[in-house]
Design a protein around this ligand. Sequence first.
Ligand code: FAD
Length: 515
Amino acid sequence: MIACLEQRFLPDSEAETRADDDVSSLCKALELNGSIDCGSVGVASKDFGGLYAVKPVAFIRPSGADDLVRVVSAAARSSNLTVAARGNGHSINGQAMADRGLVIDMRTMEERIEVVSCGGADYVDVSGGALWEDVLKRCVLGFGLAPRSWTDYLGLTVGGTLSNAGISGQAFRYGPQTSNVTEMEVVTGKAETLVCSETQNPEIFFAILGGLGQFGIITRARVLLQPAPDMVRWMRLVYAEFDAFSRDAEFLVTRPEGDSFDYVEGFVFVNSSDPVNGWPSVPLTPEQRFNSGRVPRTAGSVLYCIEVALHYKSSDHASTVDMAVSRMLGRLGFIEGLEFHVDVGYMEFLLRVKRVEEDARANGIWDAPHPWLNLLVSKRDIADFDRTVFKKILRDGVGGPMLVYPLLRSKWDDRTSVVIPEGEIFYLVALLRFDPAYSKDSVVEKMVAQNQEIIQCCMKNGFDFKLYLPHYQSEEGWKRHFGNRWTRFVERKARFDPMAILAPGQKIFSRSRQP
Ligand code: FAD
């Protein structure tokens, strides 16, 4: 079966081999409760990356899981149709697209965000197409509760982030979002609706988490909740040297709960007055100023910043919060005078990137292409990565944040489909390019080429790394990505989506005519 599936891997000529299906009669035969649009499929052929434009034959707005079963069954009866669940289309490389296939708009499925208590714990049952932003508002405002693990930006769908991992500054403690789900309802590539958990249908449960949409469509997820704090002290601490930065960041993520912050991230910025890439990108409020006179003369082309947050209740006395913060800051070696902090509400903190979105929309950057690159790099190689990539290739910045912060392998579940570097500590590296000049094709091409240069540099140096939100054009690339997990991934595909109907935009498998 593995060999058979491997043979089906067709990177480029997939479209040519497809037969012509009578799409409109198929659409009629579907008898959906929702709707189907074979005309204006524009939205479904684009994504946040803006690098690819791929047209489906239809954009489907399902009303519920039954519609998904109908769509997948119809695709299976056809000789060539594929089905892509589209969350909020925030992929970079066309992962939620389907070339002449059916794209399902998960956002229009009936939204469910319901808090449930069970076995002494609180959970939220949420539909796969719900935005995390809406989950936050419902849980905090309605119940004073919140999921434990987030992404930085919450305009993403539950199904979309669970298909990858879902990483932010809480992941060092609670693991990625995939480690915080206890149950899901899914529609598989065989059009079966299954409820799954660690004990019920565990094979599909673990396959789907981080499974890049390959095995089933998540229609509902049960996410663990905890009491929400009222307030957050949000801080940024500047470092001149990577060694000191990474030592302190690793110290913070390995402290026990109660002896560290509730959120730990970090980023690299350019040691210059450049308004986007340099010193001005660090202060948290317009009133705060970056005193560059504090930067040691020995500092190099880039500087580093640890970003942390401490949760508290509005009833906590200010001096209690100050004391807890000073105790932790006292153990760190950031540059004196280059510490910034602000107290904000918990929701405001979690919705911080929405403000970036609003500004970026206002000046046109949000809709420009985003040739982003996300990597997971082992602690073993992160200092070399800093030397070769941040200090050299990216010494002038990327026109947006360059995140780098440590995570702990023990908080990730090996049974899921996500692959991460070896070793207990590894770093998330995210190059989040925002630049109006990207509307010019030549600039985008240069940036894509720079991403390739970085990947090649990691490979040439033998770094232990994985792409996060991976994108490969060849079977060799995917095999290397999954390493010794490739066989398991292929077996899971054969079991849950044997005709390779689902998530064709990932370009891992290609559609076959028979199971
Ligand atoms: P889509 O892009 O629509 O889909 C992604 C993949 O998942 C596709 O293959 C699709 O077919 C599949 N899929 C979608 N819905 C389902 C479903 N219900 N069931 C099964 N498969 C499904 N990621 C982080 O981890 N941390 C961050 O902090 C973070 N910040 C981001 C900030 C911005 C501004 C952007 C644009 C992206 C960010 N991401 C982050 C990346 C994000 O997690 C991915 O883009 C992810 O794919 C979620 O986006 P989406 O919901 O729009 O999914």
